[in-house]
Design a protein around this ligand. Structure first.
Ligand code: ZN
Length: 359
């Protein structure tokens, strides 16, 4: 990372004047699904072929799920437009990560134990995938928030949710923390757009992946402008957890009803905290009963009810929401993808409500 990139990142975070070459507008995306007239507003979801990283034979990460999800979304949900995810720049990554860590990832110089903690072998493709995964969440957040443009209210990353990444290290298949970078970048862009506002853009992270969002909790541990909620398996990875602003710990085998009751209590609690101007929702598929790593027992219906409750909570308060897929390790990969497709169906119904209001 160059010094200039770091300076630009800090300036951006403070809402100061930006270097002319800094990417602050939505880059013109290329369209994967050509079956929509481009003038029609459509739920935008960001994807890159780079998401599917070639892994050694026998690797336990279900990399194929990203393309399977993209293909099903494109073929089954004509209301969703799949767009090319941009790559996050060094300057953007530096909003949530220390420069030495970014440099080690980009140049492949991480010590072996740190690379093992991430869980993927290093390659240029791994580094590019990590950039794109962050870029997709940034793009989704911009579209949802709509600074200086028509807000969509809801937009998505077809991957992302890399919540185990800390400022200085990765872990658990997470390299960079997409939501942390996107939250800080949106705060900076919001501050620049609304110069008269003294208060920062308040952000809430609703992390419903079955594993705790330890990296996110750590990054925002001293930042009251970002509220972190994590609902996760008490006995599941990561075994040394961080303190989120609100942690809901669930017992092994937790099924639909107790899960949804816990979610209700969590959302009630959010109503007593500062109202956010932007929500990031990690819609992990790994609380599903057929998940290899989840240890919970939610059904398809239970997870759909979960998603509906989160989208509804945001909609009732008219808070823009960007969502990402986070984990999913189904014994049958198609079941993970089905949970995710269901999330998109729910998202579409709430996205339509936003458009009716905005039109
Ligand atoms: Zn997970």
């Amino acid at each position: 990372m160059t010094l200039q990139a770091v300076i630009v990142a800090v300036q951006q975070f403070r809402g100061e004047t930006l270097a002319a070459d800094y990417p602050v507008t939505i880059r013109r995306p290329c369209i994967f699904s050509q079956n929509h007239p481009s003038a029609l507003p459509i739920l935008q979801a960001f994807y890159a072929d780079n998401f599917v990283l070639p892994l050694p034979d026998g690797h336990r990460f279900p990399m194929a799920k990203y393309k399977l999800l993209r293909d099903r979304v494109v073929s089954e949900l004509p209301g969703v437009q799949v767009l090319q995810a941009p790559a996050a720049t060094d300057g953007e990554l530096a909003l949530a990560h220390i420069p030495a860590y970014i440099e080690s990832v980009i140049h492949g110089t991480l010590p072996a134990p740190a690379q093992r903690e991430i869980g993927f072998p290093w390659s240029p493709a791994m580094a590019e995938r990590a950039r794109r995964s962050v870029g997709a969440t940034v793009a989704a957040a911009r579209v949802a928030l709509g600074l200086g443009a028509r807000p969509h209210g809801i937009a998505a990353n077809l991957a992302g949710g890399t919540h185990h990444a800390y400022a200085h290290k990765g872990g658990g298949f997470c390299v960079f923390n997409d939501v942390a970078v996107a939250a800080r970048l949106m705060q900076a862009e919001w501050a620049r757009h609304y110069r008269h506002q003294r208060q920062p853009l308040q952000v809430t992270v609703i992390d419903l992946d079955v594993h705790q969002g330890n990296g996110t909790a750590s990054i925002f541990s001293n930042d009251s402008s970002v509220f972190t909620l994590s609902m996760h398996g008490e006995k599941n990875f990561p075994f040394r957890k961080e303190a989120s602003d609100l942690d809901i710990e669930l017992p092994d085998g937790c099924a639909d009803m107790p899960y949804l009751e816990a979610l209700e209590r969590a959302l009630d609690e959010l109503d007593h905290r500062p109202k956010p101007g932007l929500i990031f929702f990690l819609a992990g598929a790994d609380p599903f009963e057929g998940d290899r790593l989840g240890r919970l027992a939610l059904s398809y219906d239970g997870l759909e009810a979960r998603d509906r409750r989160v989208f509804d909570w945001a909609w009732q308060r008219r808070i823009p929401l960007a969502f990402c897929m986070a984990g999913g390790y189904g014994v049958k990969i198609d079941e993970t993808v089905q949970v995710q497709v269901n999330t998109y169906r729910v998202a579409l119904s709430y996205w339509s409500r936003w458009q009716n209001q905005l039109s």
